[in-house]
Design a protein around this ligand. Structure first.
Ligand code: GAL
Length: 391
């Protein structure tokens, strides 16, 4: 009876073509990995991917949690006479199966990119009307992750198009994370749960703090503001995706890079690095592998953090964690240093409660505080702390 009731409830809340989020065990915490687009655009190759796989291991990034190595647009050139998608033979001379084997041999997972329309954004073949054959091909090659874009899809219904590929992936027999990328255009947080495990919520991130492009590209702070109210829609197996990381690509200061990474963790965002891992500085690696900040992102409770105080340029953001503590960001988006305070009631603690405050970037306990905590925050920077109530 109880099983029947649950089944009926699931049927009521899960739209057709979808499975209950998390039921497949995929992406129970936000996916972590690396994607070629932000740094390399169309300049992808077998050599780059192998060297990046090697770097994920050698730098310790794999062991810090970065798992999925994803080739974005431009790996594909045409379809053969049976309709099977063909990888660029010059750039990927050993073929995708061999590359996936190499990546798996490093203890990593392998991802590809396609598009729901007739062509990708860079005019390579899209998957429209080839969903089943593409999903089978990916499964044969050993693909573990598919990013699925929305160019050249005029007249198509977003939900139907993504549901079709989501179903094809499930029917391929291989567990493939499905990353929906329609740039938030049809509010996927309202329909994509159970179709894919993550959905882009904004236009393309740019390697800048607050720039904006006429075609829709945007800087880090604009993205933070756009996803701020989407916290009710995130959870294990269904994540808002504020796009890939720009840490290490040169356009952000060290403080801005730290702020960018801190916010992605607080927002329970997928952490897909997008820089050249073969040549990155120690400063970049230290940001990308800060395990205490990564632990906030990967917290098993899976709650997306939210803004709890807005004092003009100074803000407080909070994410409840599974152990009863809270991750807190004191944010200064202004251009002058400022004092930012968090009163306990903003983060759900009683005013008289005592809590241990730990600085997640200095990796040190600051001390025990009652009622509130305050810190000086440099411009375009954060102080990120963990606040743990004490008995
Ligand atoms: C965009 C997408 C980017 C990247 C690019 C490739 O639509 O948002 O993340 O995948 O296409 O052409």
């Amino acid at each position: 009876m109880r099983v029947l009731l649950v089944a009926c409830l699931v049927a009521l809340v899960v739209p057709s073509g979808a499975a209950p989020a998390g039921a497949d065990g995929l992406a129970l915490t936000p996916p972590m990995g690396w994607n070629s687009w932000n740094r390399f655009g169309c300049d992808v190759s077998e050599k780059l991917m192998k060297e990046t796989a090697d770097a994920l291991v050698a730098t310790g990034m794999r062991d810090a949690g970065y798992q999925y190595l994803v080739i974005d647009d431009c790996w594909q050139v045409r379809r053969d006479d049976k309709g099977v998608i063909v990888a660029d033979p010059e750039r990927f001379p050993s073929g995708m199966k061999a590359l996936a084997d190499y990546v798996h041999g490093k203890g990593l997972r392998f991802g590809l990119y396609s598009d729901a329309g007739t062509g990708t954004c860079q005019k390579r073949p899209g998957s429209k009307d080839h969903e089943a054959i593409d999903a089978r091909t990916y499964a044969d090659w050993g693909v573990d992750y598919l990013k699925y874009d929305w160019c050249n899809a005029e007249g198509q219904d977003t939900r139907d198009s993504y549901a079709r590929m989501g179903r094809a992936l499930r029917e391929s027999g291989r567990a493939i994370v499905f990353s929906i990328c329609e740039w938030g255009s049809t509010r996927p947080w309202l329909w994509a749960q159970g179709i894919g495990q993550l959905w882009r919520a904004t236009g393309d991130i740019q390697d800048c703090w607050d720039c904006g492009k006429s075609w829709g590209g945007m800087g880090v702070v604009h993205i933070i503001d756009l996803v701020a109210d989407l916290h009710p829609y995130a959870g294990p197996g269904h994540w808002n995706d504020p796009d890939m990381l720009e840490v290490g690509n040169g356009g952000l200061s060290a403080a801005e890079s730290r702020a960018h990474f801190s916010f992605w963790a607080l927002l329970a965002a997928p952490l897909m690095a997008g820089n050249d891992l073969r040549t990155m500085s120690k400063e970049t690696l230290d940001i990308l592998t800060n395990r205490e900040v990564i632990a906030v992102d990967q917290d098993p409770l899976g709650m997306q953090g939210r803004k709890v105080r807005d004092n003009g340029p100074q803000e407080v953001w909070m994410k409840p964690l599974g152990d009863g503590s809270r991750a807190v960001i004191l944010f200064n988006r202004g251009t002058e240093p400022g004092d930012v305070a968090v009163p306990w009631e903003d983060v759900g603690l009683a005013p008289g409660e005592k809590a241990l405050v730990r600085d997640l970037w200095r990796k040190a306990d600051i001390g025990s505080f009652t009622g509130r905590f305050q810190a000086k925050v440099p411009p375009h920077d954060v102080v990120m702390v963990k606040v743990s109530p004490q008995p």
